[in-house]
Design a binder for this molecule. Structure first.
Ligand code: FAD
Ligand code: PYC
Length: 415
């Protein structure tokens, strides 16, 4: 104990200079088998599984800033697999199963906490949708339970179920295996593990161009010079449209700000994740004690990482409708990320019209939960040049063929 206190003081006073790096500081080489554009959770997970599952280690992750400071470090960490359609259910459930063993896999505590995710229904329409989704989930062997208002009250005793309220509660759906994880730890854990397997993680390296010859990608231009690549995977979340535009590929995505806020820390009062789509607020309590609160994306396309005041007002109004007891809580911080949204609220993971150029994007407001699964299937796609069975229907062509995977209702947060 005395030793660790001494270490803590020594490291604090030396500005952490003596701390070993968790991943190697790498300078770009001239060429890689695979270059991944974007050092968020999905890009880092992809690199890790390329090395671990496919033995492809001559890989670079290029990140324009420090890793994990995009949506990875800005999201509210809700993890669940309660989606409607088979394609999504299989993909998100694969991710959830990976979450369940991720701390052991990476030897890094991702603080994954299966505290349950409860969605509330205030209209007959919402309840119908939840009943339909619960049946679909059960057919796919995924856990979920429909709750009556009395059962919701037992699950969340602080909720005010005054039936005179604007929208009286009709019920809810809970997935007990859902919950939260620590967002930074996911980026750091994957980065450390990928780096240990030989992957170069190159921070402060912005991709500024994509070189193609005869319909095939050959290299990326970056702020640190040109890098040749056998295959390129673009995993640039809010900027996927911009980066793919460098190769002349137009994506069916629009980028919006999505904001969140936290309260001052209080003692443990809220043990679950609650989402109320109609009045539009969702919340959980962080391990530090802050209530983490969010709502819909902003209503306009933008690359600005800030949100509008009216959304803060609306989500706090909704919060107080459900939990009047939080009226004396002070709000501490607000921030936003940029999310890329597709017309069917499902991601695009696969090939593009340019040979050897692959894209993983369009996760909108809900990609954090998919991080391990997304990395797993994208690594397979990059390694084999063909999609994994779990992502083959999440192709770009679905917007031409019309085989959409509409998950607007299960998105949880308005897309
Ligand atoms: P990012 O972390 O954004 O990674 C993309 C990286 O690409 C960035 O680091 C960026 O700097 C880099 N990049 C961009 N352009 C370039 C370039 N030219 N060169 C090099 N690098 C580049 N999802 C959930 O499942 N649950 C939630 O509770 C949840 N809450 C959210 C709350 C908020 C406020 C926000 C903003 C998002 C939330 N999401 C949630 C969505 C989730 O965060 C995203 O879908 C997911 O993080 C996107 O994947 P990523 O982690 O790889 O993205
Ligand atoms: O996709 O579950 C989700 C989510 C919660 C908050 C933002 N996105």
């Amino acid at each position: 104990m005395r030793y660790s206190l001494f270490n803590l003081a020594r490291n604090a006073l030396s500005c952490h200079r003596r701390w070993p790096r968790a991943w190697r500081a790498a300078a770009p080489r001239k060429s890689y088998d695979v270059v991944i554009v974007g050092g968020g959770g999905h890009g880092l997970a992809t690199a890790y599984y390329l090395a671990k599952n496919h033995g492809i280690r001559n890989v670079a992750v290029l990140e324009k800033g420090p890793i994990g400071l995009g949506n990875t470090g800005r999201n509210t960490t809700v993890v669940r697999s309660n989606y409607m359609w088979d394609d999504s259910a299989h993909l998100y459930e694969h991710a959830l199963k990976l979450w369940e063993g991720l701390s052991e896999e990476l030897n890094f505590n991702t603080m994954f906490s299966q505290r349950g995710v409860l969605n509330l229904a205030f209209t007959r329409h919402e309840l119908n949708e939840m009943e339909r989704r619960a049946s679909a989930m059960h057919l796919n062997g995924i856990d979920c339970e429909l709750l009556t208002p009395a059962e919701v009250k037992r699950w969340v005793p602080l909720i005010d179920l005054n039936q005179d309220s604007r929208y009286p509660l009709l019920g809810g759906i809970v997935q007990r295996r859902g919950g939260n994880a620590r967002h930074d730890a996911v980026a750091w854990g994957y980065a450390r593990a990928a780096s240990a397997l030989g992957v170069d993680i190159i921070e402060n390296c912005a991709v500024t161009g994509i070189r193609c010859e005869a319909g095939r990608v050959t290299a990326v231009e970056t702020s640190l010079g040109e890098i040749s690549a056998g295959r390129v995977g673009v995993v640039a979340a809010g900027h996927s449209g911009v980066v793919m535009g460098m190769a002349g590929v137009k994506l069916p995505v629009q980028s919006y700000p999505l904001q969140a806020l936290v309260s001052e820390p209080v003692k443990p009062v809220f043990h679950t994740v609650l989402m109320a789509g109609l009045v539009h607020v969702y919340l959980s309590q962080s391990d530090k004690g802050e209530l983490v609160i969010g709502a819909a994306r902003d209503g306009y396309v933008s690359y600005a990482q800030r949100g509008s005041f009216n959304l803060i007002e609306e989500q706090l109004r909704a919060l107080l409708e459900l939990f009047p007891t939080f009226s004396r809580l002070r709000m501490m911080r607000q921030w936003a990320g940029i999310v890329d949204c597709t017309p069917d609220a499902s991601p695009v993971i696969g090939k593009t019209p340019v040979d050897n150029l692959f894209v993983n994007c369009g996760w909108g407001t809900g990609g954090f939960k998919a991080t391990p699964g997304s990395g797993w299937v994208f690594a397979h796609t990059l390694a084999n040049g063909e999609p994994h069975a779990l992502n083959k229907n999440f192709s770009l062509e679905r917007f031409a063929s019309g085989r959409l995977i509409d998950e607007a209702a299960a998105a949880g947060v308005a897309h």
